[in-house]
Design a protein around this ligand. Sequence first.
Ligand SMILES: [Zn+2]
Length: 558
Amino acid sequence: MFRYYNFAEMFKPEDGIMYLRKSRADDPLLSVGELLEKHEIDIDSWCERNIGGKIAQSDRYYEVVSGEKISERFEFQKVLKEIENPRKKFIACYDVSRLSRGDLEDAGKLIKLLRYTSTYVITTCPQYVYDLSDADDREKFERELKQGNMYLEYFKKISNNGRLLSVSQGWYICSQPPYGFNRIKVMDGKRERPTLEENKEQADVVRLIFDLYVNKNMGRINICHYLDSLKIPAPRGKQWSHHSIKDMLANIHYIGKVKWQEKKTVMLVEDGNIRASTRKSKMGDYLIFEGKHDAIISQELFYAAQDKIGRNHRAKPNTKVRNPLAGLIFCQCGRAMSLRTYKNKDGSMRNVPRLLCDGQVYCKTSSALYEEMLDLVRNILQEEIENIKLHIESDDGNSVKLHQQLINNLEKKLKNLQEKELSQWEQQSHPDPAQRMPPEIFKRLNERLIAEKEETQQAIKSAYETMPESIDYAERYERFKVALETLNNPDANPELQNILLKRCIDRITYSREKAERVKSQQERYYDKEQKKTRYRSPLKTGGNWTSNPIELDVKLRV
Ligand SMILES: [Zn+2]
């Protein structure tokens, strides 16, 4: 639909509010200030061309600290208050997604608010004026918001990969530096990268703590008292706590390393509100990489402390993941399957590596050749990639739409039937008996109608049950492809292979019947010399074990 607006008649500069916000999808090389300024110039020039002047400085809102949800964006909350003022007629912004990139609930609230306050939204990229009392505009607006949301979801996934890449190169990506360091930025080619630098004063305290713990044999609580008595300020709170000492003693940043710990976002419901909370994955479940920063504690001292703590053995570099399948394959008995290598005393390989249940002595499940399992996992990924390709080619997004159409039609039909039933009853209760149907005919018609209604209800129910899942196949395709390519790359880091695999596969349950020694078939023959019936074995072919088929129960990630 095309509408012609005479903007100069509709709006005056004082009717408007300008809202500026940098979103995560914007050019990361531009600072917030630079980006907002760029958008501001765009909007100013639109206003000058169309409504004869710029929006007043006091009506401009700059969101500098930006959250995804409206409740986290304080400047925008002021804007929402401001549009309740009837003199304000429009919000000018760069594009629709500046207003909301949150979830559908946020979007719904926003649309209602704009609609009932009769507030127009003017965007400069693309140039458009949204009149939310108009159904077409509302639909367009909603669509843009949703796309923004989908884009954000996608962006989150990608940027997570980017973060992992940064950490694997040794950069320190968290916002807070560990005690003992300052967080600084250094140039890496043309890019600014975050890393750590010794904070002399704090680093001395760290060295003191390690020395007290390892060399002076002081316990953690006594260390706290000692530091407090020296009036050394604690990292948090008034006094030193033995928890923070414990964390510090195991902090691998002190030996010049960085770590990657995948955080899982969990949705929590609190007082009827949904809140996202990040929960750390289980203790020790992280990757360690060589950092770009200098160590402030020697490795010997650090590992001596680890030995004393008697835990955290995973932090030692020699227990790095060397098996890309680690944590993915479980035996039918429920235990994990581990890689087992067989070496001679001189270090040469005695036997090919195998994957073995951790409790094989109890469950007796046969092991598998490691190479064979890798091949099976490659096949699983390859098969799923083919499967995803089929979905993309057959445009399953479309099939979801068609299915929804079918449900809509059925629901319309059901509504018609219900109306028909009502009118039949109305007719049958007509005050003039001559207008009524003969009772048997009414009964028959009514029964047919009820049967048809039930049939339709059944059809709706089964249509809902068979509704195809709506999956972002493009994203899935990328994810599986990257995992397979990395697994096929002999130079790839096994830890990275492992992480990428875990993004595709939840769990593989392995079962295989217990191998048995093949009993050599004894054959009976007649020994002419001895004149006796005797038994002999056929020629031996080495260890004769049955090789039962491997069965895998695979649970892929959605
Ligand atoms: Zn087992």
